[in-house]
Write a new protein. Sequence first.
Length: 227
Amino acid sequence: MTKILLIEDEDSLNSIVTMNLEMDGYEVESCFDGAKALQYTKNIEDFDLIILDVMLPEVSGWELCEKFKKAGNTPILFISARGTSSDKIKGLKLGADDYLAKPFDLEELLLRVQILTQRLGVNANKTIIKIGEYDVNLNTFEVLKNEDYYTSLSKREIALLKLFNDNKSEVVSREEILDKVWGKDQFPTSRTIDNYILNFRKIFEQNPKEPKYFHSIRGVGYKFTND
């Protein structure tokens, strides 16, 4: 079950959000002030998503976001009455994955939670994808070569790799990649995907110019083959 940490000091809102998340099948742990929320830093990766208010007693959501991101890769969704563009930009620069201004529609909140937990692959159990002599851990984002640390992938690279692995040996269109990995609210170009594929080839292919795993299908999309 997907586990969510909700940090919101307003009792009524905390209760309403918790109830709706639980009705949608999520496991929710609630916290009501910033100081107490600090205790979760050491085990932040036990959670699949953090819903975080900005204005909290004693320790702000800004500070918590920074600490959580240093401790792990759990996605963060800010909810805040501070809804200016500068506030949203600050939250995203601190490492948050999404920002929702109060007051918000509960259906929109639930949709954003669904997008974050599904699109970024955080619902996956501890899973290793083997690509040749490399092991990719979808939870830690680490790439191991012969059981030794080799490099790390970004959250979006992991999401893209998981999409390829779920559709192994099938052509995945650019449109599907943009929709499932970037989402409808962002507007990257096809060249953006090409750059991700090039990076995958540099890491995993013995000869990037003659790829064995990551193939470009002209005019359509990409295909991942992995024996």
